[in-house]
Design a binder for this molecule. Structure first.
Ligand code: UDP
Length: 479
C-alpha cells in the first residue's frame, strides 16, 4: 500500500482501550482478551496502573508478538510502596476513582487529537471500575463491562435491591442455613451462608459490600457486558440475567480460548499477565512424581491466612500422607514476613520430601501436569476455571464473598470438588484431602471429566464461547 493509504487504514482501525482493576485475577483474563482482539487485527491500549505495569512480565515479547498491542500505565494515586492488598482494598478503590478517573478522561481526549493514532472507539472496563461508564458517556465512546467474577456471584449482587425490598436480608445468625427465595435459579442450591451477603444486616452497612452491589448494578448502563464463563456452566443464572442486562457475551473460560487460538504459536504454554515471577523448578519436581499423586495448594494472589490456619493446613496435608506442591506467597501470612523459617521449624524432616513450597507457581502448567491429582484452592474465579478445564478436582476453602458462591457451585451444583467451608482444622483437612484423592475420587472425577470436556468444546472452533468472541469482534469493528 502507498504510505498515505496505509496511514488511512491505520487511522480507521478500531481502537479498544482495555482497563483492568490492578489485581492479578483481573489483569490476567483481561490481557488474554486484549491479545485475542489484537490477533483479530484490532488495535488495543492495555491500561494498567504504574504499579502493575512495572510488574507485568514479558511486555517486550508481547509487544513484538502483537504489534497492535500497546501497554500504557496511569496513576492510581497511591505511592509505589503502598501494599495495595486486601486490607487496603477500599482505599485503593477510592484512590483509583478520585485520581484515575480524571486522568482517563484526559488520556482519551488527548488520544482523540492525535494525527497518527485512531481515537479510542470502545472502552472495555473492569466490572469494578464503573467510573469508566461515566467517562465514556461524557465523551460518547462505547463502553463494555468485563465481569471478572462468576455470573452466579454477579447475579447474587444484582438481586440485592430486590432482597432488601422483600425483607429477605433481615435475618439473624441462627438463620444462616436457610435458603434465599428471591434469587431465582439459585434456590435450593445455595444458602445464606454461601452468599456474598452472608453477614446479614451488618453486611448491608459494609462499604465493601455496598461497593460490589453498586458496581454490579452499574453494568446495566453499559453498551454490553462480557462474562468469563460459558453458556452451559451457568445457564440458569444467565437466563435470568440476560433480560436485565444489555448485550451479553459469554466468552469463557478465557484462558482456554486463548490457548485454543494462540497457545500453539506461543513459546509459553499458558496465558500471560503474571505480576510475579513463577518458579518453574516445581515442574521439574512434578516430573519426578507418580501420576495424579500431588495435591496442588494455592490460595491465589490476594487471600491472607493467619499463622494458625497455615499450620492447620500444613499438619493436615502432612498427616494425609499425600504429596503436595504449595504456593506460599511471601505476603500470605497476616502480619508475618518470615513464614519460610517458621514453616521450616514446623517441618517434620521425615515428611519434607513429600512436599515442595514455592513463592509463585506457573499455575496453568501445574494444573495441566499429569502428576497433579487435586487442587486445594480458595476458589477464586480464575483458579476455578483453570482447574475445571484441566480436569483437576478441587478441595475448596473460600474466604471472600465471591469465593463462597463459587465453592458452593463447585461442590453442590457442578459436583467437581469438595468444600471445606470455613473449617481448616488439621483433622478435617487430612480427612478431606484423603476423600478427594481416594475415597470419593471416582464419583467426583466423573463430573470433572465431563465438565472439562464441555469447557474445551465451548472454546474450540464453532463452540459457543468461540462464536461469541467472533460476534464481539464484529461489534468492536462496527464504529
Ligand atoms: N496464579 C499463578 N500462580 C500462583 C497462584 C496463582 O499463576 O502461584 C494465578 C492463577 O493461575 C489465576 C490467578 O493467579 O489465574 C489468581 O486468580 P483467582 O481469580 O483464582 O484468585 P485471586 O488471586 O483473584 O484471589
Amino acid at each position: 500500500l502507498p504510505l498515505s493509504n496505509s496511514r488511512d487504514f491505520e487511522m480507521r482501525q478500531p481502537h479498544v482501550l482495555v482497563l483492568p482493576f490492578p489485581a492479578q485475577g483481573h489483569i490476567k483474563p483481561m490481557l488474554c482478551l486484549a491479545e485475542l482482539l489484537c490477533q483479530a487485527g484490532l488495535r488495543v491500549a492495555f491500561l494498567s496502573n504504574h504499579h502493575s505495569h512495572r510488574r507485568l512480565s514479558n511486555l517486550q515479547d508481547l509487544s513484538t508478538r502483537f504489534p497492535t498491542l500497546h501497554f500504557q500505565s496511569i496513576s492510581d494515586g497511591l505511592p509505589e510502596e503502598h501494599p495495595r492488598n486486601l486490607v487496603h482494598f477500599m482505599h485503593l478503590v477510592h484512590s483509583i476513582k478520585n485520581v484515575t478517573k480524571p486522568l482517563l478522561r484526559d488520556l482519551l481526549i488527548s488520544l482523540s487529537h492525535k494525527s497518527d493514532i485512531p481515537p479510542v472507539s470502545c472502552i472495555i472496563a473492569d466490572g469494578i471500575l464503573s467510573f469508566a461508564i461515566d467517562v465514556a458517556e461524557e465523551l460518547q465512546i462505547k463502553v463494555i463491562i468485563f465481569g471478572t467474577i462468576s455470573s452466579c456471584c454477579l447475579w447474587s449482587y444484582l438481586c440485592v435491591p430486590k432482597l432488601i425490598q422483600q425483607g429477605e436480608l433481615q435475618f439473624s445468625d441462627s438463620d444462616m442455613s436457610q435458603e434465599v427465595g428471591s434469587v431465582p435459579e439459585m434456590q435450593g442450591s445455595l444458602r445464606l451462608h454461601d452468599r456474598p451477603y452472608s453477614f446479614g444486616l451488618k453486611q448491608l452497612e459494609d462499604p465493601n459490600f455496598q461497593f460490589f452491589v453498586s458496581e454490579t448494578q452499574a453494568m446495566t448502563r453499559a453498551f454490553a457486558v462480557i462474562f468469563n464463563t460459558f453458556d452451559s456452566l451457568e445457564a440458569p443464572v444467565l437466563s435470568q440475567m440476560i433480560p436485565l442486562l444489555p448485550k451479553v457475551y459469554t466468552i469463557g473460560p478465557l484462558h482456554a480460548l486463548w490457548k485454543a487460538r494462540l497457545g500453539d504459536l506461543s513459546q509459553h504454554s499458558s496465558s500471560n499477565g503474571h505480576l510475579r515471577e513463577a518458579d518453574h523448578n516445581c515442574i521439574t519436581w512434578l516430573d519426578s512424581q507418580p501420576p495424579r499423586s500431588v495435591v496442588y495448594v494455592s490460595f491465589g494472589s490476594y487471600v491472607v491466612l493467619t499463622r494458625e490456619e497455615l499450620l492447620e493446613f500444613w499438619h493436615g496435608l502432612v498427616n494425609s500422607c499425600k504429596r503436595f506442591l504449595w504456593v506460599l506467597r511471601p505476603d500470605m501470612i497476616a502480619g508475618e514476613k518470615d513464614h519460610d523459617q517458621m514453616i521450616a521449624r514446623e517441618l517434620d524432616l521425615g515428611s519434607k520430601e513429600k512436599g515442595l513450597l514455592v513463592d509463585w507457581a506457573p499455575q496453568e502448567e501445574v494444573l495441566a501436569h499429569p502428576s497433579v491429582g487435586g487442587f486445594l484452592t480458595h476458589c477464586g474465579w480464575n483458579s476455578t476455571l483453570e482447574s475445571m478445564v484441566a480436569g483437576v478436582p478441587m478441595l475448596c476453602w473460600p474466604k471472600l464473598p465471591d469465593q463462597l458462591v463459587n465453592s458452593r457451585c463447585v461442590s453442590e451444583v457442578w459436583k467437581i470438588g469438595l468444600d471445606l467451608k470455613d473449617t481448616c482444622d488439621r483433622s478435617t483437612v487430612e480427612k478431606m484431602v484423603r476423600a478427594l484423592m481416594e475415597d470419593r475420587r471416582v464419583e467426583v472425577m466423573r463430573s470433572v471429566d465431563g465438565m472439562s470436556k464441555l469447557a474445551r468444546e465451548r472454546v474450540s472452533h464453532g463452540g459457543s464461547s468461540s462464536r461469541n468472541l467472533e460476534m464481539l469482534i464484529q461489534e468492536l469493528e462496527t464504529q
